[in-house]
Design a protein around this ligand. Structure first.
Ligand code: NAD
Length: 471
């Protein structure tokens, strides 16, 4: 049984002033893994003070120095893949496949930030003026549990590239993963206070970050509901915000698509990260006249999808992170039934033999329409709704008929046709015939999927404030 009773402030592991404890429960067995002692307001204020002091010198560092720090952070984790994969499987229930990919994203975050620094110019000429891109200040980083260390690396790498110092608040459910990365980052020997990590509850630690006048910007990934609360609070001190929120991504299968490829890819896109992914393609839009053929391929693909112990290398869908998340997914499956959608595969309850953990049956609904709650609300579990359309125009209309706009997918035999459709979708990213990630391209949402962008030049500039010198 592990007890995590330290937080990381000003370059050292310290005992939090807070004394509330939170139990860490295995999603796979529901047995207790350990406990974390939660930080309180006093702890987060100490972390913000440390970051504020460090900012004075860190914001003046050269590009070469920042590259060196990024290389050191990367080196501190890159030989530890196994440990990071293991802890993510144990604590979060992420599958081996997802945890491995997540680790690669962690190390690649540092490469991308270094690449940016090698080409980005912090001084530009605009009009007749010199524009200096200044580090914005102390950044509050608030993140969810579904790829905890991936978010830490992505956001921290960008902040360092921009010369900002940070206070990180991970989800309390990710305490073991946080502990591991904190220990290895400590080995990188960065100047004190550049990054600080405080475990704690959203309404305590997260709320103080949102309120505190010494935080210049918040980079938040999480639900749209909490994102709105943070934005409302942040405006009181005019903090800049980058909000990466929820999604209800459409996946348009055009009538010329090779279904033998497009449908298995659609299932992978819907059930990625066990369905606990903001970019999961949870609305599958298919041509009306291909429905029967598609239903057959979907049923076959889903019955071959391995659900089970996330440690097994072939498992595609692991447990939900918590009992609460399991219940949420069950409630949505019931809602779909009540709304009149028909279960093609999956359904309520746990798969046979997996009763101990928070496992759900990957579920696909047909006879769904875009007005149903299962098609409008983010479920955050492996539940897919198939919706039919008559023509391309209607497909685009349904795809855009959502309050979200994080990601969309299009499959077609013709790149040209897919490109034309993709260019009409209201989504921050559109994947054409693939599920990929471009770390130098912007990522973020239209509409209620967020504000701002991460990654690449736009992501870096979200941590900078322009000053124009007019001479
Ligand atoms: P959440 O919004 O409940 O929590 C996210 C973080 O915010 C946690 O650290 C939490 O403690 C903190 N928080 C909660 N209340 C707060 C408050 N009042 N003030 C400040 N901070 C507070 O999200 P979750 O359940 O941890 O994660 C799932 C959600 O995250 C889903 O909606 C998903 O779509 C979203 N998400 C978005 C992206 C993206 O990049 N757009 C990526 C992954 C997850």
């Amino acid at each position: 049984m592990k007890t995590i009773d330290k937080i990381y402030i000003n370059g050292a592991f310290v005992t939090p002033k807070g004394n509330e404890r939170f139990e860490l429960i295995s999603p796979t067995t529901n047995k207790k893994l350990g406990e974390v002692v939660l930080g309180n307001t006093e702890d987060v204020i100490a972390a913000i003070d440390a970051a504020k002091r460090a900012f004075k010198t860190f914001s003046k560092t050269t590009t070469e120095e920042r590259i060196e720090y990024l290389q050191r952070l990367k080196a501190s984790i890159e030989k530890r893949k196994q440990e990071f994969v293991d802890v993510m499987i144990e604590e979060y229930g992420g599958t081996f496949q997802f945890a491995s990919a997540s680790f690669d994203n962690m190390t690649n975050s540092f490469n991308s930030a270094i690449k940016l620094l090698n080409t980005y110019s912090f001084k530009k000429t605009m009009g007749e003026s010199e524009v200096q891109m200044e580090s914005i200040g102390v950044v509050g980083i608030i993140i969810p549990w579904n790829s905890s260390n991936g978010f830490i690396c992505g956001k921290l790498a960008t902040a360092i590239a921009a010369g900002c110092t940070v206070v990180i608040k991970p989800s309390e459910m990710s305490a073991q993963q946080t502990q591991l990365i904190s220990e290895y980052f400590h080995e990188a020997g960065l100047p004190k206070g550049v990054y600080n990590i405080v475990n704690g509850l959203g309404e305590v630690v997260g709320a103080e970050i949102s309120r505190n006048p010494d935080i210049a910007k918040i980079s938040f990934t999480g639900s749209t509901m909490v994102g709105k609360m943070i934005a409302k609070e942040a405006v009181n001190t005019m903090k800049r915000v980058t909000l990466e929120l929820g999604g209800k991504s459409p996946n348009i299968i055009l009538d010329d698509a090779d279904l033998s490829k497009a449908i298995p890819m659609a299932i992978a896109a819907a059930f990625m990260n066990s369905g606990q992914a903001c970019i999961a393609a949870t609305r599958l839009l298919v041509p009306e006249n291909k429905l029967e053929e598609i239903k057959n391929i979907v049923s076959k693909t889903v019955s071959n999808t391995i659900v089970g112990d996330p440690k097994n290398q072939t498992t595609a869908v692991g447990p939900m992170v918590s009992k609460k998340q399991y219940e949420r997914v069950q409630n949505y499956i019931q809602t779909g039934i009540d709304e009149g959608a028909e279960i093609l595969v999956g359904g309520l309850g746990k798969p046979k033999g997996l009763e101990d953990g928070n496992f759900v049956k990957p579920t696909v609904f047909v006879n769904a329409n875009n007005q149903m709650r299962i098609a409008r609300e983010e479920i955050f579990g492996p539940v897919l709704s198939i919706i039919t359309y008559k023509d391309e125009e209607e497909a685009i209309e349904i795809a855009n008929d959502t309050t979200y706009g994080l990601q969309a997918y299009v499959s077609s035999a013709s790149e040209d046709r897919a490109y034309k459709v993709a260019s009409q979708l209201q989504a921050g990213r559109v994947q054409i015939n693939k599920i990929g990630h471009d770390p130098m391209a912007p990522f973020g949402g239209f509409k209620q999927s967020g504000i701002g962008r991460e990654f690449g030049t736009l992501g870096l500039e979200a941590y900078l404030e322009p000053r124009a010198l007019i001479r």
